[in-house]
Design a protein around this ligand. Sequence first.
Ligand code: SAH
Length: 397
Amino acid sequence: MSYPVVYLKKDKEKPILRRHHWIFSGAVKKFPESFSNGDICQVRSHYNKVLGHAYFNDKTTISGRMINFSEENPLASIEKNILNAISLRKKLFDAKITNAYRLINGEGDLIPGLLIDRYNDKLVIQISTLGIEKLKDMIIDVLVENLGEEIDLIFEKSTMSSRNHEGLDKIEKVVWAKHKGARVQTEIFENEVKFIVDVKNGHKTGFYLDQRNMRAYIASLIRGKKLLNCFSYTGGFSVYAALSGAKEVTSVDISEEVINGAVKNFEANGLDPENHNFVALDVFEFLEDQKELDYDIVILDPPAFAKKKSDYGAACSGYRRLNTETLKRMKSGSILLTCSCSYHVDTDSFLKQVKKAAADSGKTLRQIQSHRQAEDHVLNPFHPELDYLKGFAFWVE
Ligand code: SAH
């Protein structure tokens, strides 16, 4: 099949030649006569050189997103990239170690607009663009053909606000089920730690897969010690810590529902929740009530304070305040793991706020570890926006 042709302006092919996936509206010289938004077109330079294929939407600032950089059939490229992503995850994670990971990470897996997480026998798919929306049936067919033996449900959770610009409404529904009544809940495991995940009602796609390595790091330090896990969600860090011999774990989250989920996760791992503390409260209020934090390790893993670029200033103040209020109360000789998942607050800016917080609270910090999102969140060097999570462990004096 031949695709209509989009021509780029002179010199605008340079990022594409470097394999950057995005075509900004200002780079397009001419759209084809017959073309509707979301369709795949062939992309050619000003000098008529074929650069590959992209799907286009002339209503958005990023008008085109490349889905291959060759003359190959673009649908075949998508299928190939899905299969490559599946086989990479199988190489990264032995099935005995975990059955939950990010399966497709947008440009990181060369498929802009598509995120897919796997939770045991469920897939959760998130679509952010009209181009991928139009390819949804084909993508589901490829997933079912290749993973159909292992999964019983594909749930779509396309709720990102950026869909507005693409002219798309939010979608939250089952898009494929092997049999009637397939459940939206499942149990996953990570290094022998079990978690109950609800792909419909949970936050994001159900679980914070990105913190995998930080959870294992905390587990390695916690034997015989006390942990305060702020912004705990369903107890990712907490369950790891309790199973690894923590003396006591306190989980704090503003949502009662997720705190109940944390209790269930303790039970699922044969841990007695009575031996630990579960607090449904705003972390700032919790801190206000404490004179001293009598813990060996404190985790701060708040939601993104900067959801968009213009939130930068307020987010920096938020990180400074949160870290100050925490450090002020921490004991000398304890450890702080402080995280930010705001892409719009870059690593240097985040560290600057933590340093200010140390000064504000009269504490000395020595960095002992740093982390980013786990390796299943494959990065693409030309798309830094995929690199959003940072976590630093400090020895506090
Ligand atoms: N650390 C978790 C993920 C945290 S996500 C994990 O590894 O699984 C952020 C969490 O912060 C959410 O569960 C949300 O309910 C909670 N939250 C948001 N604002 C809060 C606040 N002011 N105080 C306490 N919890 C808050």
